[in-house]
Design a protein around this ligand. Structure first.
Ligand code: PLP
Length: 417
């Protein structure tokens, strides 16, 4: 850091410094968050933010793109190697944007599609009525089985054969189990439709082979780059060669103007990091940690949706504890343990209140935490949620959080005195 920000705009500099200290001092359990590397941050904060580069590598509408072309091509080549995809578009500004771009490429307004219900763990962009997807297309929601709380493939098949959608969207933001892509492919083949796998949450697990890859089974795959993938905040589309032109046209000029070249450079750095053996070990540890956290929480009497986890996250059902997700998330935050309230399947509370919290391990694992720390975090969560508003207990938990975070340094280079 050059120190310029502090000189030019001390107000913003101070807010950024406070956020650095917050990230260092708290325990981050939001399943969609992570800590990207200094290398990623450096690329994001680079002069590439200055450059207009509408178009694609070596086919631009602006001059002066010779280095821009190199960096975008590098990002594309690395993403292809990482995922084994036939075609990659690294320009989507976000995960939501990537989904929208696939929809506009292959659907017309009013076309029918199937998407996982938001209330069962799907994402807003998979057809929620409050989102462009639900307002533009005829999205039919599918969900999980009431008993197993796992994806109800019988229901999905029945809906696909009844409604004959053009597209099945599969993927989730709050689903703790493996997604069976081959089974969904065979349903889509029976119904005669495309499959889009939105792996925003699990992309890191997929590249490490810790979650099966959707690539062989789906025409389209979208992802974010900032969740388990640990890169800059952004999106990406992978598709089969035959759809390359259609997808590229939907992104630019269809939906976007100039690409965020500083973010694309940071995506290239992220993919470079993800191609390393350490990244694979990191993803394995995320899942090991999630299992350890889930097991320890079960031991304290918390019911987990579907009974546990196969991936990086878990949903804790607080119904029997007689606290809402909202109160639980706020109480944990008071102690410095950061999570989010989340609907559980068939929730009786509203989405603003909810009966659950969602916990994920990607960020804590980036700090180097392992099974013993997961056990300690579970103990702290249990203490906090069994002693709501108990000041003495909360003060003790805060001290423990401070000790724990201090033992796992993060971003020492970003601290100014
Ligand atoms: C996070 C997420 C997105 C959206 O990503 P943004 O970058 O926040 O727009 C899309 N789909 C799924 C499944 C997600 O979890």
């Amino acid at each position: 850091m050059s120190g310029k920000l502090k000189e030019v705009d001390p107000e913003v500099a101070e807010i950024l410094q406070a956020e650095v200290r917050r990230e260092i001092g708290e325990i981050e359990l939001i399943a969609s968050e992570n800590f990207s590397s200094l290398a990623v941050l450096e690329a994001q904060g680079s002069v590439l933010t200055n450059k207009y580069a509408e178009g694609y590598p070596y086919r631009r509408y602006y001059e002066g793109c010779r280095y821009i072309d190199q960096v975008e091509q590098l990002a594309i080549d690395r993403a292809q190697a990482l995922f084994g995809a036939e075609h990659v578009n690294v320009q989507p500004h976000s995960g939501s944007q990537a989904d929208l771009e696939v929809y506009t490429a292959i659907l017309k307004p009013g076309d029918t599609a199937l998407g996982m219900s938001l209330a069962h763990g799907g994402h807003l962009t998979h057809g929620s009525p409050v989102n462009f997807s639900g307002q533009t297309y005829n999205f039919i929601p599918y969900g999980v089985d009431r008993r197993t709380e796992r994806l109800d493939l019988d229901q999905l098949r029945e809906l696909a054969l009844r409604h004959r959608p053009k597209l099945i969207v599969v993927g989730a933001s709050a689903y703790p189990r493996i997604i069976d892509f081959p089974a969904i492919r065979s349903i889509a083949d029976e119904a005669g439709c495309y499959v889009l796998a939105d792996i925003a949450h699990i992309a890191g697990l997929v590249v490490a082979g810790v979650h099966p890859s959707p690539i062989p089974y789906c025409e389209f795959v979208t992802t974010t780059t900032h969740k388990t993938l640990r890169g800059p905040r952004g999106g990406m589309i992978l598709c089969r060669k035959e759809f390359a032109r259609t997808i590229d046209k939907a992104v630019f000029p269809g939906m976007q103007g100039g690409p965020l070249m500083h973010i694309i450079a940071a995506k290239a750095v992220c993919f470079h990091e993800a191609l390393s053996p350490e990244f694979k070990a990191y993803q394995q540890q995320i899942v090991t940690n999630a299992k350890a956290l889930a097991e320890a929480l079960s031991g304290y009497g918390f019911r987990l949706v579907s009974g546990g986890t196969d991936n990086h996250l878990m949903l804790v059902d607080l119904t029997l504890k007689e606290i809402t997700g909202k109160v639980a998330a706020q109480s944990l935050a008071e102690c410095g343990i950061i999570a989010n309230k989340n609907e559980i399947p068939f929730d009786k509370q509203s989405p603003m209140i909810t009966s659950g919290i969602r916990l994920g391990t990607p960020a804590a694992t980036t700090r180097g935490m392992k099974e013993p720390e997961m056990k300690l975090i579970a103990e702290l969560i249990s203490q906090a949620l069994h002693n709501i508003d108990h000041t003495a207990v909360y003060n003790e938990i805060k001290q423990e959080v401070k000790k724990l975070s201090a033992g796992f340094p993060l971003y020492p280079e970003l601290l100014s005195n």
